[in-house]
Design a protein around this ligand. Structure first.
Ligand code: C2E
Ligand code: MG
Ligand code: MG
Length: 553
């Protein structure tokens, strides 16, 4: 016993230590009494059940019982493999011999192997198999506590391009940084897993409402939109997110993952850099939508779409400087359908390309007529949706609209949202450069409501910010809105951008905006969206018809 390199204990049938080898004392510490103590007291609580099993096996069978347990040593714990055999002592009573071999090295290796089997080698995040465990655990826990949780699927926008253009080492480094950034947005109770090339899934414990999910998603989107500095390259990616909440959107792991995925693709289709929460009604396209869709195709053919024009006026002189073209659908038997009700569908079924092409050409032609009546140059602001912007033919279409109408490039302003720029910055850069070459200007619509960083203001040639009406609505009484407007106006002035305040409905708002340097306003106060005939009346009826000296740049 004394010569053995292992820790050896002689025990009685109850597991009380009768004798211990020198090695045992060395390992456990000279001050710890061993003789007369149950062996179980020298072992970590969590491992005592394994010890009991091994002891019973040894007493019952002729085979030794085995257990891997942690021996309490000098204030820490050492993995030992215990082999316990029984024999009869001189008096014929059963006794036990327990031999403990140090297996801490082996255990560490096993732990590493376990880690490798459950984690992604590149990012060290949990992999699909551990994710699956965590989801099943979350489901079990939710069933017990009655609290839900959410699954979030995200995919990097534009990662493939980076990987293809700059090579895998850069791609890998980018993924590692992305994984770190995403982890930082989550709490310890959440799980973030990497489940494919540039695909991640997060389990958000206790996130049960759409608002909670959106707020976490916003953090994720924001952090991914910051530039990545990788091996001397400044890279922009971004992320689109889909979410599903347990149990409303699925009561099993498979359903939750599938629905989060569906929602993510929807987020990509509708402009990227956003989070879409799964919605059964919307995503399974009910009857009503199908008939609306059919009606829309019909309506394009029958010319039921028309344009309203809303004046955009100088905040000080109130002179009309231009118009925003706003689409309407005059649906027989139903009435005027607002664009918010049909544009998302046109966007998803591709009809927006057709409609958008018509809007662009019609609006340019119309402005031509307006300015002839007004006797001075005017400009037109046209909304461009993400799908149009991605369309390869968009530049040709723009050239055609300008050529047909005879407008100057700078008389056309295209309104896009921040998401369009961030979802595919390389494409945006190419397109915007082409537009700049034609003097066509770009406005950021609904400025301040997107999830973007401001980096794009530096990168892209933007001419105008349209301050969203949610910030104008409570001016000037709301201190917060006033602060936001002031900051946007000052930012625009320093970057040499013009500003249009949207949704100006009263005199106080206009006064405040004019005083704080907002160049242009648009809203019910200075003119509702009107039919071309009505605009013509307005122009004839003596708007201040002075020649525009300060054309908005
Ligand atoms: P938007 O580009 O931000 O357009 C401004 C919206 O604010 C318009 O709603 C306009 O009617 C409304 N508005 C203007 N002044 C006021 C005001 O004083 N108070 C309030 N409460 N609202 C005001 P509308 O026409 O319903 O358009 C909604 C959105 O639909 C537009 O938002 C734009 O994103 C989209 N849209 C409209 N026409 C087109 C189009 O031809 N193509 C595309 N792709 N999108 C369009
Ligand atoms: Mg607009
Ligand atoms: Mg807007």
């Amino acid at each position: 016993m004394e010569a053995a390199g292992d820790a050896v204990f002689r025990l009685d049938a109850q597991g009380i230590v009768l004798r211990a080898s020198r090695r045992s004392t060395e390992l456990i510490g000279p001050d710890v009494p061993l003789i007369g103590q149950p062996l179980a007291s020298l072992i970590l609580g969590a491992d005592q059940a394994s010890l009991d099993t091994a002891v019973s096996r040894a007493l019952e069978a002729t085979q030794p019982g085995k257990a891997n347990v942690r021996l309490k040593t000098h204030g820490s714990a050492l993995w030992v493999e215990l082999q316990i055999s029984s024999y009869s002592n001189a008096l014929g009573e059963p006794e036990l011999l327990a031999v403990g071999r140090d297996i801490s090295g082996q255990q560490a290796t096993e732990e590493r192997l376990r880690h490798m089997a459950t984690h992604d080698a590149l990012t060290s995040l949990p992999n699909r198999s551990l994710l699956s465990d965590r989801i099943r655990m979350a489901i079990a826990q939710s069933r017990r506590t009655g609290h839900g949780f959410a699954i979030v699927a995200l995919d990097l926008d534009g990662f493939k391009k980076v990987n293809d253009a700059l090579g895998h080492p850069v791609g890998d480094a980018l993924l590692r940084v992305a994984a770190m950034r995403l982890s930082d947005t989550l709490r310890d109770v959440d799980t973030l897993a990497r489940v494919g090339g540039d695909e991640f899934v997060a389990v958000l414990a206790g996130a049960v409402s759409e608002a909670e999910v959106q707020s976490i998603a916003r953090r994720m989107i924001a952090t991914m939109q910051l530039p990545f500095d990788i091996q001397g390259h400044t890279l922009y990616v971004g992320t689109s997110i889909g979410a599903a909440i347990f149990p409303e959107h699925g009561d099993s792991e498979v359903k939750l993952l599938a629905h989060a995925d569906t929602a993510m693709y929807r987020a990509k289709e509708t402009g990227k850099a956003r989070c879409v929460v799964y919605n059964k009604q919307k995503f399974t396209q009910p009857e009503h939508d199908v008939s609306m869709e059919a009606a829309m195709f019909q309506a394009v053919r029958d010319g039921e779409f028309l344009l309203h024009y809303q004046p955009i006026v100088d905040a000080r002189s109130r002179e009309i400087m231009g118009f925003e073209a706003l689409m309407r659908w005059s649906r027989p038997g139903i009435g005027m359908v607002p664009p918010t009700q049909f544009i998302p569908m046109a966007e998803s079924n591709g009809l927006i390309n057709l409609l958008g092409a018509w809007v662009l050409k019609a609006a340019c032609m119309q402005i031509r007529q307006f300015q002839e009546i007004a006797g001075r140059p005017l400009y037109v602001s046209v909304n461009v949706s993400p799908r149009q912007f991605r369309n390869d033919q968009f530049l040709d279409l723009m050239d055609e609209a300008i050529a047909l109408s005879g407008l100057k490039g700078h008389q056309l302003l295209l309104e896009i949202t921040e998401g369009i720029l961030m979802s595919d910055p390389e494409h945006a850069e190419t397109l915007l450069t082409e537009m700049a070459a034609r003097n066509v200007r770009i406005a950021i619509d609904d400025f301040g409501t997107g999830y973007s960083s401001l980096a794009y203001l530096k990168r892209f040639p933007i001419a105008t910010l349209k301050i969203d009406r949610t910030f104008i609505k409570d001016l000037p009484t709301s201190v917060k809105d006033a602060a936001i407007c002031n900051v946007v106006l000052s930012l625009a002035s320093h970057l040499n951008l013009s500003t249009v305040a949207e949704g100006v409905e009263n005199e106080e708002q206009l006064q405040y905006l004019a005083k704080h340097g907002c160049g242009l306003v648009q809203g019910y106060l200075t003119g509702r969206p009107l039919l071309p005939e009505e605009i013509i009346e307005l122009l004839k009826a003596g708007q201040p018809m002075r020649a525009a000296t300060a054309f908005p740049q």
